[in-house]
Design a protein around this ligand. Structure first.
Ligand SMILES: C[S@@+](CC[C@H](N)C(=O)[O-])C[C@H]1O[C@@H](n2cnc3c(N)ncnc32)[C@H](O)[C@@H]1O
Length: 310
């Protein structure tokens, strides 16, 4: 059973410019995601299906490669929007490729510009923490560029959750309490206040490269993109242990539908360059097969997504 709690929050702040620069100003971050061939080929094939003859907007064009590929495929015009210093690479790529008549690179966030008219507005603002790159406000602003009948891609995010027995990062959370206890015992220190602080502090959410699942995945939420309404901020749902044993937290992943053929996703079996978002609980649980764990999925854009037992 899924219970959805609607909470009204203040408008989420947008991600500070220095944070964007720190991550996406680095050309090697772009190299990393371009090298995720399944992702990059998926996007190129998607453009081959939709860009020819169309007015295209790329929200967050980074190096400008996909914008220029869309132009080579026959897009009638392309606007690539990039807020970091990488826009210079994009401009150089356009000029050096002789595409200045078709491709315009704008320096800033999509939210900063008066919308023009486009038939296709697309982005890849995905992240292990699904809202960390500001996909919700950016696609809301991107949708304002769409001419009637145009395509916004992705148009929706699905968020999935499952219990986790182990991850490459869980020892940091569950192991910390054991180490603190052991140090206290060895050196005759009363570590109770420190343990209480750890327990009272929200569970640690971090990115992992692998996890061992301990429940079937549950669809936590569908988040429509490009709509004026805010998505719900918190969802409660039940997960059932698939076998007897230890559970140290939960993993959350996204799937983003671009069209009938392209869904970009980071499922535990194949998370791609995005990695996985794991919430490691301060205390691991011992569960029987089929035992129920009720969790709350906090889907805040800031400070981020977390899955905690309730
Ligand atoms: C994951 S990269 C994708 C780059 C390119 N679209 C690709 O798929 O290879 C996301 C890019 O979006 C940019 N970005 C982040 N927020 C944005 C916003 N609000 N408006 C426009 N671009 C944004 C980042 O600076 C970054 O270059």
């Amino acid at each position: 059973m899924t219970k959805i709690i609607l909470e009204k929050l203040d408008d989420p702040e947008s991600i500070p410019q220095d944070q964007l620069e720190e991550v996406w100003g680095d050309p090697w971050q772009h190299a990393r995601l371009l090298a995720d061939l399944e992702r990059t080929r998926g996007l190129v094939d998607f453009l081959a299906r939709h860009a020819p003859g169309k007015r295209v907007v790329e929200v967050g064009c980074g190096t400008g490669l996909l914008s220029c590929i869309a132009a080579r495929m026959g897009a009638s015009s392309v606007v690539g929007i990039e807020p970091t210093r990488r826009y210079v690479d994009a401009q150089r790529l356009v000029e050096a490729s002789g595409l200045s008549d078709t491709v315009t690179i704008l320096h800033g966030r999509v939210e900063d510009f008066e919308p023009g008219q486009a038939d296709l507005v697309f982005s890849e603002l995905l992240n292990a923490d699904p809202f960390a790159e500001g996909v919700v406000p950016a696609m809301r602003a991107g949708a304002a560029w769409l001419a009637p009948g145009g395509l916004l891609a992705p148009g929706e995010l699905e968020l999935h959750v499952a219990l986790v027995a182990a991850a490459d990062v869980d020892a940091e959370a569950t192991g910390a309490a054991e180490i603190v206890t052991e140090l206290g015992r060895t050196w005759n220190l009363n570590v109770r206040p420190l343990l209480e602080t750890l327990e009272a502090t929200p569970a640690r959410t971090t990115s992992a490269s692998w996890v061992e699942l301990r429940s079937a995945p549950v669809l936590a939420l569908r988040v429509p993109l490009g709509v004026p309404e805010r998505h719900v901020e918190s969802v409660e749902l039940d997960l059932f242990a698939s076998q007897k044993g230890r559970v140290c937290g939960a993993v959350l992943w996204f799937s983003a539908r671009y069209d009938a053929e392209l869904v970009l996703a980071n499922p535990p079996q194949e998370p791609g360059h995005w990695g996985l978002l794991v919430t490691c609980w301060p205390r691991a649980m011992s569960l029987e097969e089929g035992e129920r764990v009720r969790v709350r999925v906090d889907l805040r854009e800031i400070p981020g997504v977390a899955v905690v037992p309730v």
